[in-house]
Design a protein around this ligand. Structure first.
Ligand SMILES: NCc1[nH]cc(CCC(=O)O)c1CC(=O)O
Length: 333
């Protein structure tokens, strides 16, 4: 059988190419297993987020990394695009659909500090680098004495600021998932627990996007339901808050091991960390086999119900936060 060629668009950064490579490998295996072999071709696309030296806060965050990739999909220069979900605006993109969210590696943030120090062990007034208002606010909430320094650049550039020969910072905070995908988990001195550092909605999740209605062999098999449900709740929260990815908002959805419940924890913090709102709630899921396996139709219905419940949970928590004054303590847009 001749293999179908699938063109995957990717940004040029090492992290983006690594993420795309993981998806390309998974797609090749899934398509072969389904008897519809594919050959993957990589198409390099440059985005404003890669070109600009401005800080994420200055760029406004929303969509800077994704527009060029989406344009390439719409122009039919590629068939799939792999995004970090947390970089995707919550608004749907006309003509495109996210057809797979592969299993999340880890949602958490990681402290990468000189001498392997933990957050609690950093010296008084230590300089910690991050370009993220969410990370800055939560760092200051935990350690008001820290000096948080706005940094930019790719993962290696940021790590060098704390760990390189000319390091000018005591530590930097990065997504543990990105470091894991790059094989750089060795630089992590502490994985930050969500009660200290609530991750960004969608952090650690990859989203595979394509032209709506197009058939790409193997893609559906890459989707991981617990990941999709957690991410759906986290992003519904962000959408209801009308918050961008640069807002000081954290959220973490977790499906229980038995698959019966989805829990969502959320944080909104003032930029200086002096005020932190936390809320949490859960919902029951249906796509589990209570009395033996569900029929295919029943499972399909349960899945639709579960995605709706996940979105409703996000909206419910957003409304709790707004009621508690989230918009007054933090710039959401
Ligand atoms: N905004 C940049 C970005 N987008 C996704 C990741 C990490 C990987 C992920 O969250 O899936 C990073 C780097 C970082 O935050 O350390």
């Amino acid at each position: 059988m001749t293999a179908t060629t699938v063109r995957i668009g990717t940004r040029a950064s090492t992290l983006a190419r690594t993420q795309t490579g993981h998806v390309a490998d998974a797609l090749t295996s899934a398509a072969a297993a389904a008897g519809t072999p594919v050959e993957v071709e990589t198409v390099h696309v440059t985005t404003e987020g890669d070109r600009s030296r401005a800080s994420l806060a200055q760029l406004g965050g929303t969509g800077v990394f994704v527009t060029a990739l989406r344009d390439a999909l719409l122009a039919d220069t590629c068939d799939l695009a792999v995004h970090s979900l947390k970089d995707l605006p919550t608004a749907a993109a006309p003509g495109l659909e996210i057809t797979a969210m592969p299993e999340r590696v880890t949602p958490l943030d990681a402290l990468c500090a000189r001498d392997g120090l933990h957050l609690a062990g950093l010296p008084r007034g230590a300089r910690v680098g991050t370009g993220s208002p969410r990370r800055k606010a939560q760092l200051l909430a935990a350690r008001p004495d820290l000096e948080v320094v706005d940094i930019r650049g790719n993962v290696e550039t940021r790590l060098a600021r704390a760990l390189g020969a000319d390091a000018d910072l005591h530590a930097v905070v990065l997504a543990a998932a990105g470091l894991a995908r790059l094989g750089r988990s060795d630089v992590v001195s502490e994985v930050l627990a969500p009660d200290v550092m609530m991750p960004a909605p969608g952090q650690g999740v990859l989203a595979v996007e394509q032209r709506a209605g197009a058939t790409v062999p193997g893609v559906a098999a890459l989707d991981h339901l617990p990941t999709r449900l957690a991410a759906t709740a986290e992003r519904a929260l962000l959408a209801r808050l009308e918050a961008g990815c640069a807002a000081p908002v954290g959220a973490l959805g977790t499906v229980s091991d038995d698959g019966r419940t989805l829990d969502l924890q959320v944080v909104v913090a003032s930029l200086d960390g002096s005020r932190v709102l936390r809320h949490g709630a859960g919902t029951t899921l249906h796509a589990v086999d209570d009395d033996g396996p569900l029929t295919e139709d029943a499972l399909g219905e349960a899945l639709v119900l579960d995605v709706e419940s996940a979105a409703a949970l996000g909206v419910q928590l957003a409304e709790m936060l707004l009621e508690a004054g989230a918009a007054d303590i933090a710039p959401l847009r």
